[in-house]
Design a protein around this ligand. Structure first.
Ligand code: SF4
Ligand code: SF4
Ligand code: F3S
Length: 362
């Protein structure tokens, strides 16, 4: 009985999750990860038999938005149950213990699970003044990272702050904020950017790790291709208006009321890789573009400094002109290819290789 209690399947049964619901969830996840249909059942079996892996979550220079995002998933959602079903041995914001007890929990979790635990980090790493800008229990985040990371099996950098430095790294970067990957060079790191990231993407990455005990396939920025393989623009429901050249000019004009494309109002969807347009937010209720605001590129490096949230991208808004301008370089070329040949995965991939928000705004 004790052995069974460690299994995820046991936890799901205890929470009243039916086999059908669990299989459906796994099939959806498999499809989002571009795995074949048969992978859904294999995933369900592997996940049900998975033991609760130890997870240590260290919040660094952050706003708690990432923690809020994953904990505000609708309850009782299956994502929440899977999150419950890892052994979250240390998380300063969520744990009941405080002070010395919390520190003891951290050290015990490291000792008991050396080389096996998953390290989740949200927030950037302050390096200015030897890391003194962000400390806990008298130690800088920088020192804590150097102490804990060598014992982890892998690291998940949750949120754009941990993945790319995020808002703390924005000009003039007073704390010397950097990404986790700027400090740790010898561990697998999965970047899950977004400000904050989508809850189902975070739980999807955890589900992948639970199922396969491996790091998912990543793009050149360390993001799982399953969730960051396409631009917002590729999946946007306003895309037909973009293709027809129908753009809202202000947030309250007739075009805006008709749901036309937000490109001219500064939407960064064409150069932003994230899953919002497919998964949406708040239990699939809506997402920024559906709510009438352009994407600000929150899952891309340096999105805050690229700024100009209401400034149109520096490329022609006329998609036909774009598609015919073969010599256009950088991001515009990626978008043109995407328009000309959306059905071909290869074209989308090559846009992915060449396009970043930073490239475009230079
Ligand atoms: Fe907050 Fe955004 Fe940084 Fe997450 S990524 S800690 S939500 S500022
Ligand atoms: Fe959607 Fe923005 Fe692309 Fe327009 S520019 S289709 S609103 S992602
Ligand atoms: Fe962020 Fe754009 Fe999605 S701003 S939440 S990536 S629509």
């Amino acid at each position: 009985m004790e052995e069974k209690q460690g299994l995820l399947a046991h936890s799901l049964i205890r929470h009243g999750v039916s086999r059908r619901t669990f299989l459906k969830y796994c099939a959806t996840l498999a499809s989002m990860m571009a795995l074949p249909p048969s992978a859904g059942r294999a995933m369900a079996e592997a996940m049900a038999a998975a033991r609760r892996p130890s997870v240590i979550w260290l919040p660094f220079q952050e706003c708690t938005g990432c923690t809020e995002s994953i904990t505000r998933s609708h309850s009782p959602s299956i994502e929440g149950l899977i999150f419950d079903s890892i052994s979250l041995d240390y998380q300063e914001t969520l744990m009941a213990a405080a002070g010395h007890q919390a520190e003891e929990a951290l050290h015990k979790a490291i000792e008991d699970n050396k080389g096996k635990f998953l390290l989740i980090i949200d927030g950037s790493v302050a390096t200015g003044l030897d890391g003194a800008y962000s400390c806990i229990a008298g130690r800088s985040n920088l020192d804590l990272l150097k102490e804990v990371a060598p014992h982890a099996a892998a690291i998940v950098a949750v949120g754009s702050c941990a993945a790319f430095g995020g808002i703390p790294k924005a000009n003039p970067n007073p704390t010397g904020a950097v990404a986790v990957s700027d400090i740790v060079k010898d561990k697998p790191i999965i970047n899950v950017p977004g400000c904050p990231p989508i809850p189902v993407v975070m739980t999807g990455v955890l589900a992948h790790y639970l199922t396969f005990s491996t790091v998912p396939e990543l793009d050149k920025l360390g993001r799982p291709k399953a969730f960051y393989g396409e631009t917002i623009h590729d999946r946007c429901y306003r895309r037909p208006f973009y293709d027809q050249g129908k753009f809202a000019k202000t947030f309250d004009d007739e075009g805006a009321r008709k749901g036309w494309c937000l490109f001219e109002l500064g939407c960064k969807g064409p150069v932003t890789y994230n899953a919002c347009a497919s998964t949406k937010w708040n239990d699939s209720t809506s997402w920024p573009v559906e709510s009438g605001h352009g994407c600000i590129g929150c899952s891309e490096p340096d999105f805050w400094d690229a700024g100009g949230f209401y400034k149109a991208l520096s490329m022609p808004a006329d998609p036909l002109k774009l598609a015919s301008t073969a010599a256009m370089v950088g991001a515009a070329a990626g978008v043109a290819m995407s328009i000309a040949n959306r059905a071909k995965k290869g074209a989308a991939k090559s846009a992915h290789e060449t396009t970043t928000l930073a490239d475009l705004e230079k």
